[in-house]
Ligand binder design. Structure first.
Ligand code: NAD
Length: 312
């Protein structure tokens, strides 16, 4: 199977390294010239569970993708706002049989992907693996994780199960889900509370959780996500999802962690995925006639912060 990782930042590098170590034909495609050059010169450097490794994986700048090399599987790992441009640039790699797996955080990426790929070849999912980018060509990979995925096209369940099996052969611990939209909305509730609130308030998750209004704010945001999800036939268990979100407050587990949006926006002045998390709920809410005032405000506040910090 010829595999492309489209978007080889932190997570793309993790999946690229694990699949390449698993003996697969992997190519990385990325749009950051300094990162691509560093990988070309020195391979992908990683601290992999405490051990320094180098994995020499072929890499292509996304503006230089050629039509000669069609691929069997493309795993998308851009940031959400980079997805459409990536799909345009990798079009030459897409054949009629090419499958696409999207593991980005956020909601509604299938609307972008289906402009480029027929529905029967699209698979979406959710991952609990994590990764951090240290600098061009270098990542930090700690801990374990898992992947859940499902087919979007009718009758493609066996292909989805095969794809999960393929990922698992390289240790990615993937399984088929028969309700992936539930998992995607459930994870989006974590991102739609912790990411934006910690970034706006300049606190870690435990510090936010220790504030008096935290619980009410989490419940209100989760209810907005749940109302929009319900309109799409996804019935979130609000109490369970709130408990899941609030488990992030525990300072003895991950509470002292600053969420990825904080690290991207506050530390590195990078644009955020807010339009695909709370912003997606706002847009869908307007379309479905469902009020989403907290998501509307949180989206605007993050955009204010992006402007104030000159995020790129
Ligand atoms: P990332 O920011 O590391 O990489 C995404 C893209 O941005 C890559 O093409 C990368 O080269 C580029 N990029 C990164 N830093 C850059 C810089 N300074 N200048 C120019 N370009 C730069 O993103 P990620 O963390 O790999 O996330 C990819 C997707 O996976 C997102 O949807 C994210 O929400 C999701 N996700 C991330 C994690 C995680 O632990 N990182 C976990 C689960 C899901």
């Amino acid at each position: 199977m010829k595999v492309v990782i489209a978007g080889a930042g932190a997570m793309g590098s993790r999946f690229g390294i694990m699949l390449h170590k698993g003996g697969n034909d992997v190519t990385l495609v990325d749009g950051w010239p300094a990162h691509v050059e560093a990988i070309r010169q020195n391979g992908v450097k990683a601290n992999f569970n405490g051990e320094d490794i180098v994995e020499n994986i072929p890499v292509v700048l996304q503006s230089e993708v050629s039509s000669a090399d069609k691929k069997d599987l493309i795993i998308l790992f851009t940031k959400a706002m980079q997805l459409d441009k990536m799909l345009q640039d990798i079009k030459p790699m897409i054949a009629d049989h090419t499958k696409i797996l999207c593991l980005l955080n956020g909601i509604g990426h299938e609307d972008t992907i289906e402009k480029y790929i027929p529905m029967e070849n699209i698979f979406i999912g959710n991952t609990m693996w994590t990764a951090g980018l240290v600098g061009p060509g270098e990542v930090k990979l700690f801990g374990s994780g898992s992947v859940e995925l499902q087919n979007l096209g009718d009758g493609q369940e066996d292909s989805a199960k095969e794809l999960a099996g393929f990922l698992s052969e390289s240790g990615l611990n993937a399984k088929y889900s028969d309700n992936i939209h539930y998992s995607i909305y459930r994870k989006a509730c974590v991102n739609g509370t912790m990411n934006c609130l910690c970034s706006i308030l300049d606190v870690n998750m435990a510090e936010f959780g220790a504030t008096e209004p935290a619980h009410d704010m989490v419940v209100t945001v989760v209810k907005e996500f749940a109302a929009v999800a319900a309109h799409e036939g996804v019935e979130l268990d609000i109490d369970e999802v709130v408990a899941h979100v609030e488990s992030c407050f525990d300072p003895n587990t991950i509470g002292k962690h600053y969420p990825s949006m904080y690290q991207d926006l506050i530390n590195n002045h990078r644009l955020t995925e807010i339009d695909y998390i709370n912003g997606a709920v706002s847009r869908k809410g307007k379309k479905y006639g469902i009020p989403t005032p907290y998501c509307d405000l949180l989206t605007q506040l993050i955009h204010c912060k992006e402007d104030i910090l000159g995020a790129k």
